[in-house]
Design a protein around this ligand. Structure first.
Ligand code: UD1
Ligand code: UDP
Length: 366
């Protein structure tokens, strides 16, 4: 019997780790321990309830307006006794958050092997995204098993000198999750409100975009909305209070825009599937939209997901007002450009990543 612990704490980690937790729980020869850090509270528990996962441990670390010190210190402090008591054969972490980094560091201090799910994504700019690019590289230093979603991610790890025997290309568990959520007959009151207008979905939350870059993004979006009466914008807003303040300032008085609380994942995936266009600075949405054939304007200066750009679905438009404004209008006006970007291509795997990861772990840990 192998003891495998998963540790995650934010919404995107929960969405992409849940299919893996389910796969682990389905195996007789594995004892599955789930530890959530609670880096997010409401947005994490939304996902746990959709996937019906009851964590064994919840570190409950979230504080409003927490900074990077708060999160990292609280996790290191609270996870140590759990790791010492449980002594898992491997701890699985996901991606690039502070939860991921602090957990990997704690495991390293205790010499517990780490498995990194969604390994090898890189922008090679340590400040963008911030602090995620550092987190990914730092976890890569200590991880014994690297589950890379694509060949490109594997190549990034090889370039950094990782042992090829530790790298496994499995696809992204995001695709495993997506297979269970999108439903052709989806109805929601927000879609009734959109009616036959073109639905634009937006999300924005990156730490390095808070402040001026986000003002530019929101200003550009508002200018376009005011020029196009046939579009309606839905913005399921991240719970960070700093974002709410800005969104209210720019969007509060438009009757073509709806700011709504974060949607639970099944609702959100179906909102994407019903959208004409998506504007976002999110990482995970860059993986989901290509599968759904929905054009995405990525409001960031860098991306660690070049596969979606190569597939034609994503376009990196930065955080300058004029560039966002022009690219947004182009997709509303120019049907040929729109059609070119509406290609359903899925560079992120075949939906079996979780199964592959568990099979590999069982083989390697035996
Ligand atoms: C974190 C991750 C980021 C990931 C994002 C996904 C780090 C450094 N950043 O950023 O990589 O893309 O999650 O969303 O790990 N809040 C709530 N309730 C919630 C969630 C958040 O109230 O359920 C509020 C709190 O006031 C919290 C703030 O949002 O202090 C920011 O949360 P935090 O996890 O620190 O940063 P994110 O910007 O969400
Ligand atoms: N998402 C969600 N509800 C929302 C907005 C996003 O379930 O209201 C999902 C989305 O489908 C994706 C993930 O959350 O799977 C992305 O999370 P986020 O943008 O917060 O983080 P990132 O991917 O940038 O790290």
């Amino acid at each position: 019997m192998k003891k495998i612990m998963t540790v995650f704490g934010t919404r995107p980690e929960a969405i992409k780790m849940s299919p893996l937790v389910k796969e682990l729980e389905s195996r007789d020869n594995i004892e599955t321990i789930v530890c959530v850090t609670g880096q997010h509270k409401e947005m994490l528990h939304q996902v746990l309830s959709v996937f019906d996962i009851a964590p064994d441990y919840d570190l409950e670390i979230m504080k409003h307006n927490q900074d990077l010190f708060d999160v990292t210190m609280a996790i290191l402090d609270r996870i140590k006794p759990i790791l010492v008591a449980e002594q898992p054969d491997v701890v699985l972490v996901h991606g690039d958050t502070s939860t991921t980094f602090a957990t990997a560091l704690a495991c390293f201090y205790l010499r517990i092997p780490v498995g990194h799910v969604e390994a090898g994504l890189r922008t090679h700019n340590i400040y963008s995204p911030y602090p995620e690019e550092f987190n990914r590289q730092a976890v890569g230093l200590v991880s014994a098993f690297n589950f890379a979603p694509t060949e490109q991610a594997k190549a990034n790890l090889l370039k950094e000198g990782k042992d090829e025997a530790s790298i496994f290309v499995t696809g992204n568990t995001a695709i495993d999750a997506l297979a269970t959520t999108v439903n052709g007959d989806y109805r929601h009151e927000v879609l009734d409100w959109v009616d036959d207008a073109r639905l634009i979905t937006i999300t924005a939350h990156r730490r390095e975009n808070l402040g001026e870059p986000m003002r530019h993004m929101f200003k550009a979006i508002r200018r376009v909305v005011d020029e196009y009466p046939d579009i309606k914008v839905v913005y399921p807003i991240h719970m960070n209070p700093k974002i709410r303040e800005l969104a209210d300032e720019f969007f509060g008085d438009s009757d073509q825009m709806k700011i709504i609380p974060p949607l639970e994942v099944v609702e959100f995936h179906n909102l994407l599937a019903n959208s004409y266009l998506i504007l976002t600075d999110s990482g995970g949405i860059q993986e989901e939209a290509p599968s759904l054939g929905k054009p995405v304007l990525v409001m960031r200066d860098t991306t660690e997901r070049p596969e979606g750009i190569a597939a034609g679905t994503l376009k990196l438009v930065g955080t300058e007002e004029t560039t966002i404004y022009e690219n947004f209008k182009l997709l509303l006006d120019d049907d040929a450009t729109y059609q070119t970007m509406s290609v359903a291509a899925n560079p992120y795997g075949d939906g079996t990543a979780s199964r592959q990861i568990v099979d590999i772990l069982l083989e390697k840990l035996s």
